[in-house]
Design a protein around this ligand. Structure first.
Ligand code: COA
Ligand code: AMP
Length: 627
């Protein structure tokens, strides 16, 4: 572990030196003199006196260096058949014009813009146009419904919303415009304008204040980059916490550009001229970092794929994209590989001759189970690199950093901490857990550049959620252990966040929706293991006395309610009506015990239980598949 070990040690011994050096990978409007502001712990700020523009670094810089004709973005839509390539010059053109359109609609530096779009190039254009103006984008995943969208609108208070009229799923067209209208009707904050990209599959009906994308750009002038402070926010990305209220993860401009640029070379081993494909969605952090920003910052070509791993049209879809676009480095979630393996267990669609460009497959977003790791490695014949990170950090915390050194990988482990991240495993009393012993995975402060400096508008919640459990450390919310070789094993969340098909969801948010139904007295939602999706939610409700509606009808209504309010992505398909929920004497529902039983473990009866008979009665229900 020579190169890795030395680099890692240096990053912890002298972070200022390390990140000053890495900052050389970015073009600054004003060079950083100070690297890290440590004056106000636990709040740290990277490059506090520097200025830059992220869009300039992603586009203009490459054009200025003569790479205007190189391909920046390949849009491949398996659901519409569209294929479009943009050079850096063309993408810059589109972005500067859309920045002009946003400015004409009143968007200024610091204003927020919510983006609710399918996987179309205009989503990337809208994000980069915000960056160009110094405006703060907040992308909301298209699979979320009105309630989630409204919560984000109310928190971010956008001046403008940019949306596609619809999304296209494997089996159906999903009109987004009615969902957007419902969200705006529900939200207390009203954006002043909405820009709607009309798609022929389902154009949206325009309301007062709406303008089509085509009309917005028709007369818009090209607009130059606005230099911003490195510490100014680039975007807010909402993610699920334990309560129903999403957390607004803030990303700054400077630290983000430096960290992502460093990660492309040193973790992903990818640079100018390479083709990088993250098969994710721009609504998630993987999409922000590794579809949009990192590949473009690094001067690589990024692939934007609209489609699924299976069903669009078959389990060969991913391998077609790799072959047709000469993808060198690929990134996706284990779920996608599990879905492919399920349909094509022998890998009949994998023709290695056609996949010669592929060097590495990176997998993240959920625990990578050893069978999926083995299957992908054997079938593809390339290294499979598990990497562990979160919306909060924006880039990998643990990985095998391929650009630095080709460390051996181990099934079930995302390998070693990435330079910059001082990862520890702590026991409940705050003392270090011995190698081989599970504990809370934490990161010693300061976090490296690129990680969240705070939550949007809520420093207090930032400290309470992440920094107060173990003072001086960031609490990841994941549990796990190190082995004797310093490899990390991430075993799962220690809170009520669940991970469904690589999508991070809050059981608390689902419980809020169930509890709002007039027939429901109390409820619990837990995440249980699922072969394909990793986890799926299951709901349990106790009905109020004297409810005349049959329990099966209420259960069906509840499934539909969660789908309508939170969105189809919640994947809550099973709600069961039960007589009572097991609780502690202080009234807390024993969700962890319920989860363990549902996952087939022999859970001990907690000593704090109020009535063991309730748990006994529930055991067979929990052990059943949930129907
Ligand atoms: N817009 C509208 N609806 C969406 C959506 C979007 N952007 N994304 C998902 N949905 C809908 C789906 O159509 C599905 O609806 P349904 O209940 O009517 O079938 C529902 O939300 C659940 O979606 P999902 O959990 O993705 O299940 P799926 O059965 O459609 O697909 C996989 C399963 C494994 C193929 C799919 O989840 C996948 O490709 N995952 C890759 C993981 C990934 O991209 N993770 C991001 C982080 S790296
Ligand atoms: P998100 O913020 O949506 O990226 O989800 C982050 C969460 O996904 C983490 O806190 C983990 O629980 C889980 N996760 C992501 N990557 C991995 C991985 N490689 N191994 C295990 N869990 C992971």
């Amino acid at each position: 572990m020579g190169a890795y070990r030395d680099t890692y040690q240096l990053s912890l011994d002298d972070p200022e030196w390390f990140w000053r050096d890495a900052a050389g990978g970015v073009e600054w409007e004003r060079m950083p003199i100070r690297v890290l502001d440590r004056d106000n712990p636990p709040f740290y700020r990277w490059f506090p006196d520097a200025q830059l523009n992220t869009c300039h670094n992603a586009l203009d810089r490459h054009v200025e260096r003569g790479r205007g004709d190189d391909i920046a973005l390949v849009y491949d839509s398996a659901v519409t058949g569209a294929l479009k390539r943009y050079t850096f010059g063309e993408l810059l053109d589109e972005v500067s014009i859309f920045a002009g359109a946003l400015r004409a609609l009143g968007v200024q530096q610091g204003d927020r813009v919510v983006i609710y779009m399918a996987m179309v190039p205009e989503a990337v254009v809208a994000m980069l146009a915000c960056a160009r103006l110094g405006a703060v984008h907040s992308v909301v995943f298209g699979g979320f419904g009105p309630r989630e969208l409204a919560a984000r609108i109310d928190d971010a208070k956008p001046k403008v919303v940019v949306a596609t009229s619809c999304g296209i799923e494997a089996a159906r067209v999903v009109p987004y415009k009615p969902l957007l209208d419902a969200a705006i009707d529900e939200a207390a904050h009203k954006p002043s304008r909405c820009v709607i990209l009309q798609r022929p599959q389902a154009p949206g009906e325009l309301r007062d204040g709406d303008i089509t994308w085509a009309d917005a750009v028709a007369a818009a002038p090209r607009t130059a980059c606005v230099p911003v402070a490195a510490t100014d926010p680039l975007y807010i990305l909402y993610t699920s916490g334990t309560t129903g209220r999403p957390k607004g993860i803030v990303r700054d401009n400077g630290g983000h550009a430096v960290a992502l640029t460093w990660s492309m070379a040193n973790i992903f081993g990818c640079g100018p001229g390479d083709v990088f494909w993250a098969a994710s969605d721009v609504g998630w952090v993987v999409g922000h970092s590794y579809i949009v920003y990192a590949p473009l910052l690094a001067g690589a070509t990024t692939v934007l794929y609209e489609g699924k791993p299976v069903g669009t049209p078959d389990a060969g879809a991913f391998w077609r994209v790799v072959a047709e676009h000469g993808v060198n480095v690929m990134f996706t979630a284990p779920t996608a590989i599990r879905a492919i393996r399920k349909e094509d267990p022998q890998g009949a669609h994998i023709d290695r001759e056609r996949l010669k460009s592929l060097r590495t497959l990176f997998l993240a977003g959920e625990r990578l189970d050893p069978q999926t790791y083995e299957w992908a490695g054997e079938r593809l014949g390339v290294p499979v690199v598990d990497n562990w990170w979160q919306t909060e950090t924006g880039w990998p915390i643990a990985a095998s950093p391929r650009g630095l050194e080709e460390l051996p990988t181990k099934a079930g482990s995302p390998s070693v901490p990435v330079p910059g991240f001082d990862v520890r495993v702590l026991a409940g009393d705050g003392r270090p857990a011995a190698a081989g012993t599970d504990g809370a995975i934490v990161i010693k402060l300061p976090l490296p550049p690129g990680c969240l400096p705070t939550l949007w508008g809520d420093d207090e919640r930032f400290v309470r959620s992440y920094l107060s459990a173990f003072p001086g450390y960031y609490l990841s919310g994941d549990g796990g252990r190190f082995d004797d070789d310093g490899y990390l094993y991430v075993m799962g969340r220690t809170d009520d966040v669940i991970n469904v098909a690589g999508h991070r969801l809050s059981t608390g948010a689902m419980e809020e929706v169930l509890a709002a139904h007039p027939a429901v007295a109390e409820c619990a939602v837990i995440g249980v293991g699922d072969e394909l999706k990793g986890q799926v939610p299951r709901g349990f409700v106790v009905l109020k006395a004297g409810v005349p509606t049959p329990p099966a009808t209420v259960a069906a209504e509840l499934v539909q309610l969660v789908r309508d309010r939170i969105g189809a992505v919640a994947s809550l398909r099973s709600v069961q009506v039960v007589a009572a929920l097991p609780k502690t004497r202080s009234g807390k529902i024993l969700r962890r015990t319920m989860r363990g039983i549902a996952d087939g473990r022999e859970e001990p009866v907690p000593s704090t239980i109020e009535d063991p008979a309730v748990l006994d009665a529930l055991r067979p229900v929990l052990r059943s598949s949930g129907g």
